[in-house]
Design a protein around this ligand. Structure first.
Ligand SMILES: [Zn+2]
Length: 625
């Protein structure tokens, strides 16, 4: 999801101890689902009927006795969990508010299974709003597969959140979360979360989706169109097109190794495509003839550069195509495609496209359970997107991640923070969810670069992608990759920064001349311990950084390109609240002392981090809180 929307909402409201640290062993298996769907949409009443053949591979070591499907469109009815939640939360998303409550029957959404068979035998099922519950007559054995055949019918709701018809920008159909989608089963069991408008989690597999619709519509979606010669509309040169007779066209899409399928349809789409060097073909669908059409043209080469940058720095994009579609209500990521609102000037259009494209790495390919680890999706995506935008536009800011830090500091000061390990649906406020998922998630990575140093951190990000693509990693998997790359023990980082809201605050407590030396006493005021770097600038212009690792890290950060003197001191034991730093220079030679000159440590109080000296030989900071 795009952060701008979240932000709008906020305004409203050495030795490697590899084998001892991890308390979770990542599962070596993933379930698999192969979907074949035929769907026909009647644009007169906005209803559709479909047939779904789902081949389900139980790769788990468990007998599967029940299965669950998401029926997301049932959320768009008065009294649904999403409606109630939206009206009760103290800082509702203004796009939703009480709009679901006020829907008329013909404006509602629905999605119902009308029949279901497993391996040819009829099954009973219970529809529990947005979840279909199915008790199997015969369990699916470990390693076995079965075929579910379902008939379903749905109605596309008026656009309220993400999907729907008649968007505010005049897009007829934004079709996300539109089909019965099998819930994911993993090493922790089923994840049949009722839909309240937040996060997603799906099974990897192949999709073949055939969409039949009035021939006036132009469709963009997940995957690759298989029958461009029957379609045309920018997929192939018009003189090669042989459209079948009749009022309707059937669009045949195929996508391999994805966990969801989105599409959108409008009669007025322009459709452009460009090739990313050594990358995917990019497709763009946007309203023809508007004042924003030029921005859509100008954005395309920037999107191509973004894919090159993301592939180089975060792992190679594995699919042949990516499609940017005007639709939806902000920006929302799907495998191989995104829906974005399109009435934007170039910087905003590029920003939203880059953010959603960067989701291809963290939501699309790594695909952590977003409900449990929303920050590993939105936060890591925000991190990658910010760096991509800095690359494209060279913002020149000292830290491209500064706004994420500031958002995090604000909520700490507000005392409304909730821990990162909160289930996304269960944050008390949208503000706390947004700040955790986007800001603190981004800070989590930026600060990890401070702990590890850039070389290991950057290599670790690539390791993470390459080791865990298509595997649904969790936070323990991620930190273990970083431990292997850096040689540090890092479980404490997750324990404090993810599992709690304990914060960081270091200060300079005392500066004292001691003959030929100078003594500086550092103190830890916050509850979360961190490795500390203190940069001393000497009056002769030289600089030196004193580095004290935490004892529980079991290693020190390397100088890693630092252009001054890098002096490693004995560890700071995490239980100690103060640390005496002995600088082997007389006080007169020192111009200034600063804790964390990089600004990457999320120290909530910067006032006590810096000391600028003139003639003083002893100075006790009196303005610390
Ligand atoms: Zn996002």
């Amino acid at each position: 999801m795009e952060f701008q929307n979240m932000r709008k909402l906020l305004f409203i409201a050495g030795l490697v101890f590899l084998f001892t640290q991890s308390n979770a062993q990542h599962a070596s298996w993933q379930q698999r689902a192969e979907y074949k769907m035929d769907v026909e949409l009647d644009h007169n009443n906005h209803q559709y009927k479909g047939k779904q053949t789902l081949t389900y591979f139980n790769n788990s070591p468990d007998q599967i006795t029940k299965v669950f499907y998401h029926l997301y469109f049932n959320a768009f009815q008065p009294g649904s969990a999403m409606d109630v939640r939206s009206r009760q939360i103290v800082d509702p998303d203004p796009r939703v508010g009480d709009r679901i409550f006020n829907l008329k029957p013909e404006e509602c959404g629905f999605l119902h299974a009308t029949s279901l068979k497993m391996d040819g035998k009829k099954l009973n099922f219970i529809e529990s709003e947005t979840i279909l519950e199915v008790t199997l007559d015969k369990p699916i054995a470990p390693g076995a597969k079965c075929v579910f055949e379902m008939e379903f019918e749905g109605q596309v709701p008026i656009q309220i959140r993400r999907s729907g018809r008649s968007s505010s920008e005049g897009i007829d159909y934004s079709m996300s979360q539109w089909y019965p989608k099998m819930c994911e089963y993993d090493a922790h069991g089923w994840h049949a979360n009722p839909y309240i408008g937040r996060e997603f989690y799906g099974i990897w597999g192949d999709f073949e989706v055939n969409i039949t619709i009035d021939k006036k519509y132009i469709i963009g979606g997940t995957g690759v169109l298989q029958n461009p010669t029957e379609i045309g509309y920018g997929y192939i040169e018009e003189n090669k097109v042989k459209r079948p007779a009749g009022d309707k066209l059937t669009w045949r899409f195929k996508a391999e190794n994805v966990h969801d399928f989105v599409w959108a349809a409008d009669p007025d789409y322009a459709h452009d495509k460009i090739q990313v060097p050594n990358g995917p073909e990019l497709h763009f669908f946007y309203q023809k003839g508007t004042e924003y059409a030029q921005a859509w043209k100008d954005m395309q080469p920037l999107a191509s550069k973004a894919f090159e940058f993301l592939s180089k720095n975060f792992g190679k994009y594995p699919y042949p195509q990516y499609t940017v579609i005007q639709g939806g209500d902000g920006g929302m990521e799907y495998p191989m495609a995104t829906l974005v609102t399109g009435n934007r000037k170039l910087p905003s259009l590029t920003g939203v496209t880059v953010h959603e494209a960067a989701h291809s790495w963290y939501q699309g390919v790594l695909a952590t359970n977003e409900s449990l680890y929303c920050w590993m999706d939105e936060g890591f995506t925000s991190f990658a997107a910010q760096e991509t935008m800095d690359h494209l536009f060279r913002s020149g800011m000292p830290s491209g991640h500064a706004s994420a830090y500031n958002g995090y500091y604000d909520i700490v000061r507000d005392k409304r923070e909730e821990a990162l390990d909160t289930h996304a649906d269960h944050y008390v406020t949208n503000y706390a969810y947004g700040t955790a998922a986007y800001n603190k998630g981004e800070v989590y990575l930026a600060q990890l670069e401070y702990i590890l140093g850039p070389t290991n951190f950057r290599a670790g990000l690539l390791d993470y992608f390459n080791e865990f693509k298509f595997r649904h990693p969790d936070n323990y998997d991620f930190i273990h990759v970083m431990e292997k790359r850096s040689g540090m023990e890092l479980d404490w980082y997750n324990e404090y920064f993810v599992n709690t809201i304990k914060s960081i605050d270091y200060g300079i407590a005392l500066f004292q001349s001691a003959g030929k030396n100078t003594i500086v006493v550092l103190e830890r005021l916050g509850e979360m311990p961190m490795p500390v770097e203190v940069e001393v600038i000497y009056k002769n212009g030289n600089k030196e950084t004193f580095v004290t690792a935490l004892d529980i890290m079991r290693d020190e950060k390397p100088a890693d390109g630092y252009n001054g003197k890098w002096t490693i001191l004995p560890d700071w034991k995490w239980v100690e609240l103060t640390y005496e730093l002995n600088i082997p220079h007389v006080a007169d030679e020192i111009e200034s002392i600063i804790i964390d000159p990089s600004g990457l440590m999320a120290d909530i109080e910067h006032k006590n981090n810096k000391l600028v000296l003139d003639e003083a030989i002893q100075f006790i900071i009196d303005n610390r809180k």
